[in-house]
Design a binder for this molecule. Structure first.
Ligand SMILES: NC(=O)c1ccc[n+]([C@@H]2O[C@H](COP(=O)([O-])OP(=O)(O)OC[C@H]3O[C@@H](n4cnc5c(N)ncnc54)[C@H](O)[C@@H]3O)[C@@H](O)[C@H]2O)c1
Length: 449
């Protein structure tokens, strides 16, 4: 009986605490924190501040903290003037002093989750972030994890670290997972209007997380658990990874059959139901699609499951840079040239169009393979100032008739907008187009992947 009473009192307390936090989150008086001010964290902090909320950004980088405090944006999707205005109004401040987590009523963790050399999850950034804020958490705080990761991370890895100083999730504070879905360079869907999934450790944690994100985002979608939220993000990225791999396989068989796969996809996508277009390409890039699926494969092994689709997709996609180089060798041979000694101009080294991010870009592997084959490699990318492949600097060249004409082959790896493709077509001797960018240009000198 006493146990039931205590339990009721306890739950009531918890509910009241939750309510008051939720009220503060909704009325805008709560102070919000963001740990990790990168491609995900800075846009999130800006969105919070635009809603009038006071935001404290915490990062290990002195440079990033100084940039934010000076209103200098290092993320292309964030305009410096917007950031400067929010900093000027005192709505955003950045620090490397994690003891200031004590000022926050809610904190979102947005730190990297890469793979290590063995392609296993590297959770050290998340662990370090959790350890740095844990001593300063106040009662009733909400912590959300946004970094993409395997199902179970929030409760198995982050929760024990946050609880190390005595507070417990549930009675003392709230913890939820809410995957970041930002798509850098996407002008239609950005942080604010992309629906946000949230799954808490307890229903009250979910409710607090909904109140937090509804304060500054258009739409929030609660799910039943942290693991469901973690798996949702992985499903989204695995779906893309597997479908891209399928297109890469179909590209290779179509090429043998003399069929233009790009035309096939365009024709198939006229079907108004049951088909979604994906495109082949030079290989996967970025922080998500090449990496996240392996977070699940790794965790699945603990459950005696081998995620064969993911492994196969990974294998197919990882082979694409090699396939690009093979196709280039064939194209050069048809011009009576060998790859060794040829000058190759790589156009676009960012991992996708219209952004400056080169993480995991297929251009890195392609350039490395070309350098290994003794090709003379240069690149052009209006968004990327310097570029290295396999520890070797690759020289940047301007895009003009002279640099294009000096190359034995131009390889379009990333199809940035605002590039004079007409000039590329006129001035180049041979173009290997891995993105179907030159679809409007005829002639033997364009070789489509
Ligand atoms: N970039 C994307 O398009 C994207 C999209 C969806 C999800 N994600 C996921 O979001 C997470 C963050 O990715 P990102 O692209 O923003 O990474 P990023 O490298 O751009 O930014 C991470 C930031 O965290 C900081 N940091 C590292 N360790 C820290 C620590 N211990 N404490 C505080 N700050 C720390 C870094 O200095 C950096 O500023 C990853 O899990 C990623 O998979 C990224």
């Amino acid at each position: 009986m006493l146990g039931v009473l205590l339990c009721n009192v306890h739950r009531q307390d918890w509910g009241t605490l939750g309510m008051s936090l939720e009220q503060r989150l909704r009325d805008g008086s709560a102070v919000l924190g963001v740990v990790g001010l990168g491609y995900v964290g800075l846009p999130l902090a800006v969105e919070m501040a635009k809603s009038g909320r006071k935001v404290l950004g915490m990062d290990v980088s002195d440079e990033k903290a100084a940039d934010v405090n000076a209103g200098r944006s290092y993320i292309p999707d964030i305009l410096a003037e917007d950031l400067a205005e929010l900093v000027g109004k005192g709505l955003i401040e950045a620090t490397t002093d994690f003891s200031r987590a004590a000022e926050c009523d809610a904190i979102a963790i947005c730190v990297p989750t890469p793979l290590n050399k063995m392609k296993e999850p590297d959770t050290t950034y998340m662990e370090a972030a959790a350890r740095s804020i844990a001593p300063y958490l106040k009662r009733d705080i909400l912590v959300t994890l946004e970094s993409t990761t395997y199902p179970g991370t929030t409760e198995e890895v982050v929760q024990p670290l946050l609880e190390a100083h005595g507070l417990r999730v549930g009675p003392d504070f709230h913890l939820a997972f809410s995957p970041e879905r930002v798509d850098p360079g996407n002008t239609q869907f950005q942080t604010k209007n992309t629906p946000k999934i949230v799954g808490g450790v307890t229903p009250e944690c979910t409710s607090a997380a909904v109140a937090f994100y509804e304060g500054f985002l258009d739409s929030v979608v609660p799910v039943s658990s942290t693991r469901t939220a973690e798996m949702t993000k992985l499903l989204e990225n695995i779906f893309r990874c597997v479908n891209i791999a399928l297109m890469n396989e179909l590209l290779q068989v179509s090429e043998r059959m003399g069929i233009n796969i790009w035309e096939v996809v365009d024709a198939a996508k006229t079907k108004p139901f049951g088909f979604m277009p994906f495109y082949p390409g030079p290989g996967l890039g970025g922080h998500c699609i090449p990496i996240d699926p392996f977070y699940l494969s790794w965790k699945a092994r603990e459950f005696d499951v081998h995620t064969e689709f993911i492994e196969l997709a990974g294998k197919t996609n990882e082979a694409m840079p090699y396939y690009v180089v093979q196709r280039l060798m064939r194209a050069l041979s048809s011009h009576r040239k060998s790859l060794a000694g040829s000058r190759v101009l790589i156009m676009g080294v960012a991992y996708k169009a219209n952004i400056d991010d080169i993480r995991e870009s297929p251009a890195i592997k392609i350039s490395q393979l070309l350098l290994d084959a003794d090709a003379d490699v240069v690149y052009h990318d209006p968004h990327v100032k310097s570029f290295e492949a396999g520890g070797r600097d690759v020289a940047s060249v301007a895009l003009n008739a002279e640099t294009l004409g000096a190359a034995d082959a131009v390889v379009i790896v990333t199809d940035h907008r605002n590039v004079d493709y007409d000039l590329v077509w006129r001035a180049s001797k041979l173009i290997l187009d891995t993105r179907n960018t030159m679809r409007e240009f005829d002639g033997d000198k364009v070789v489509r992947l």
